[in-house]
Design a protein around this ligand. Structure first.
Ligand SMILES: [Mn+2]
Length: 474
């Protein structure tokens, strides 16, 4: 049995105080329940229970309270621990092997990522509550898996026993007030030396996140890793640490998943190369190697695992659950076959239902109602990502000059080929429509992909406006 002396740096209060969970930081950190009530700043000595590494939080029956220390002493102790851990992390030279352009871009974000890593480590080691929200697609999942890989190693080396982190697979593109409220409800159970922390991966850079950011300022720390283009006047100062390749002379091709993997590596050595490759494929990055069979397969599988399907059998979508599936050859093969079957079914319906128009300058415009595919009840594929696949197929057939719209319920998802980005300004078009029509509730995206939310009963009307904007004679 090991013994550990440390300072109480976080307390999770439970309805029954005997079930409170304490974190102490000493030479290592530990989380445990205590036979006697402890307070923040108490210096305690514990005998680490033999079952500390088990699935549940271990019980320490009689911790010895030695002293109480002033807050600034916790701070200097924590800073020393963070410095010691960061010193062991090595900058991932493997990115250079993957892609030189990415390596130089990563290099320019190094300082910002290092700052983010230090903040994350402070919260991790001192037991502050942490929520990681990752976008529910292959790119977001790859980022979350990278962070998970790093955390597994960190917790194993720096903690006696468990260290809980909350994972949330996030639907939608904004950090909404509802999401913030969920996080605050979780955080309200905690009293901790450092602020509660939210790590956002691969979404959120939209005006719709503003209200939550204003409320979160000074209450929680937000670390934010995204690759969507920031809008004009986006106030980065509201976020503790914001890293986006657009701020460092590169664009969305440096995926958020890849970026989160580099972030993970700047906290602790871990193997993230496969996740980086798959993330590039998942998000249609121009850096993706589409001849890399493993990356293609992983991306296809993650597309399925992060969908609304129940057929994959993952009840709680955590990065560890994804890693478990990806590393199990039999399950991998079985789930890939299931996903491919559902995708084929969707494509065969799409090919029959697809409407074709000719727009300005001979652009091929396609529109597909997703309703009949949704009626299959598979939950996979999802309409937004299906529009990307459909676009890919049609674009290859037409050799470019193609735009695809897939619509269902109150959403329209638009994709277009790069070669017409000069003649069709998607963002400008969406802004004009927002101005012209009261039926459009919101809309946005980047150069080659966008989405519009309309009031459901006016879908037909908005589709006609869109076609007119594209120069289709109706
Ligand atoms: Mn992404």
């Amino acid at each position: 049995m090991a013994s550990l002396q440390g300072i109480v740096s976080s307390i999770k209060s439970m309805p029954d105080p005997r079930e409170n969970v304490y974190t102490i930081i000493g030479g290592k950190s530990a989380q445990f329940m205590s036979g006697t009530l402890l307070a923040l700043g108490d210096v305690v000595a514990i005998d680490v229970p033999a079952d500390a590494n088990g699935p549940s939080v271990p019980m320490v029956t009689s911790p010895k309270i030695m002293d109480a220390v002033p807050i600034n002493e916790i701070d200097s102790h924590l800073s020393k621990r963070v410095a010691a851990v960061s010193a062991g992390a090595r900058w991932p030279s493997s990115i250079g092997a993957l892609n030189e352009a990415m390596a130089s871009c990563a290099e320019s974000m190094r300082g910002a990522l290092h700052d983010c890593a230090a903040i994350f480590l402070r919260a991790l080691l001192s037991g502050s509550p942490i929520v990681v929200r990752f976008h529910n697609d292959g790119d977001g999942a790859c980022g979350a898996m990278g962070v998970q890989a790093s955390l597994s190693r960190l917790i194993n080396e720096e903690f006696f026993g468990q260290r809980q982190v909350m994972w949330r697979m996030h639907k939608g593109v904004s950090y909404s007030e509802d999401s913030l409220n969920d996080d605050l409800a979780h955080f309200s159970q905690f009293e901790s030396f450092t602020r509660p922390l939210v790590l956002i991966i691969d979404f959120g850079t939209t005006q719709e996140s503003d209200a939550a950011l204003v409320r979160a300022a000074g209450v929680i720390d937000i670390l934010w890793i995204d690759h969507h283009p920031p809008y004009q006047d986006f106030d980065r100062a509201r976020v503790k640490c914001y890293v986006n390749p657009w701020d460092h002379g590169c664009g969305s091709d440096f995926t958020a998943g890849a970026l989160a993997c580099v972030f993970a590596r700047s906290m602790h050595e871990c193997d993230v190369d496969d996740f980086i490759r798959a993330s590039l494929v998942s998000d249609y990055s121009s850096y993706a190697d589409r001849t890399d069979a493993k990356a293609m397969e992983t991306a296809a599988l993650l597309d399925f695992l992060t969908s609304g399907s129940r057929a994959h059998g993952i009840s709680s979508p955590t990065p560890q659950a994804f890693i478990d599936v990806l590393s199990d050859q039999d399950r991998r093969a079985e789930l890939l076959a299931t996903a491919r079957g559902m995708l084929d079914e969707a494509f065969s319906i799409a090919m029959g239902d697809l409407k074709h128009y000719t727009g300005t300058a001979g652009i091929d415009v396609y529109a597909l109602s997703f309703e009949r595919i949704a009626e299959l009840g598979n939950g996979y594929p999802m309409p937004g990502r299906f529009s990307s696949r459909l676009q890919e197929l049609l674009e290859a057939k037409n050799r470019g000059k193609t735009l695809t719209m897939v619509y269902q319920g109150s959403y329209i998802s638009i994709r277009m080929s790069r070669d017409i980005a000069g003649s069709v300004n998607l963002q400008g078009m969406i802004s004009r429509l927002k101005y012209a029509s009261e039926y459009i509730e919101s809309g946005g995206g980047h150069n080659e992909a966008g989405s519009i939310k309309v009031s459901k009963e006016h879908m037909d009307h908005v589709l006609r406006l869109l076609l007119a904007e594209l120069g289709v004679r109706q």
